[in-house]
Design a protein around this ligand. Structure first.
Ligand code: ATP
Ligand code: MG
Length: 254
């Protein structure tokens, strides 16, 4: 049996918590460093932040010979970033499964969604995904709304007939180590009580996330940036959850 394409999304009803950032970082890492076949479906219409970022990056490469040489050194084409909108996202996801004879199936398709389930198509797209990952930040409003959302998904969507979605996992983003907020411990206790899983790795707040060389849909992250930010162990934790095996040799990139 051929491999099964995994559809995943970083989702939260709250804006600015890092959804698009992690889709971009993980897709670029999987494509360049792990050799996986990936794509991003940008359904966050009309913003289309990921698609616009890709278009700008292509323009920058076209404008400069140095950039063209750096790009050529990657030795492979870019992964697809396709524009979509929530109402057509389910059909667009199914298109990724249509392969020409001999063509390799995608390993992972990342879906960038608008931050509200009230937009028609968002909930049905979530139901069609395999797994969602919910970035949360230590802000009571974000935590409360994320927990409410997760409970509805866990109780009313996962495990229901004809629903593809298998899991949701929370993870902490924008963590400030020096901040002695008891919201972290209290939230984790609540998640455990409610049987809502969260990732063991968390991501610190860092200005590095705003650097173009970190948030690129084309170029792999600088190794020292990768090391400092904990994203690599987080990505490997996610790959294990979604059932994608990468060789131990590759994992030594960490
Ligand atoms: N750990 C972090 N430390 C510092 N900045 C971060 C971190 N994670 C994300 N950011 C920054 O926060 C901003 C918002 O991130 P991003 O656009 O990924 O959020 P989003 O959830 O997709 O937002 P939206 O709802 O608008 O689509 C970006 O400028 C990003 O670089
Ligand atoms: Mg976004």
């Amino acid at each position: 049996m051929g491999k099964e394409t995994k559809f995943i999304s970083f989702f939260n009803q709250k804006g600015g918590v890092g959804k698009s950032t992690f889709e971009i970082i993980m897709a670029t890492y999987c494509h360049n460093m792990l050799g996986l076949k990936v794509a991003i479906l940008d359904s966050d219409f009309p913003q289309h932040n990921v698609l616009k970022l890709r278009e700008n990056e292509i323009k920058l490469i076209q404008k400069s010979e140095v950039n063209q040489q750096i790009f050529a050194r990657l030795g492979k084409p870019v992964f697809p970033v396709e524009g979509s909108e929530p109402a057509s996202a389910v059909a667009d996801l199914d298109n990724f499964l249509e392969l020409e004879a001999g063509e390799e199936a995608f390993d992972i398709v990342f879906v960038d969604l608008p931050g509200t389930v009230n937009t028609p198509g968002v909930l049905s797209t979530i139901a069609r995904l395999d797994h969602i990952f919910i970035p949360i930040v230590a802000d009571q409003l974000v935590v409360t709304s994320s927990l409410e959302f997760g409970l509805v998904v866990a109780e009313k969507i996962i495990g229901q007939p004809n629903i593809n979605l298998k899991s949701l996992h929370y993870f902490w983003n924008n963590v400030v180590k020096s901040e002695k907020s008891n919201l972290y411990g209290a939230t984790e206790d609540t998640l455990k009580e409610l049987d809502l899983p969260f990732l063991s790795h968390q991501i610190a707040q860092s200005v590095k996330f705003r650097k173009p060389e970190f948030r690129s849909t084309i170029f792999p992250m600088d190794r020292s940036l990768m090391k400092e930010t904990n994203v690599v162990p987080l990505i490997h934790e996610i790959l294990e959850i979604i059932g994608i095996n990468v060789s131990s040799e590759i994992q030594t990139i960490e």
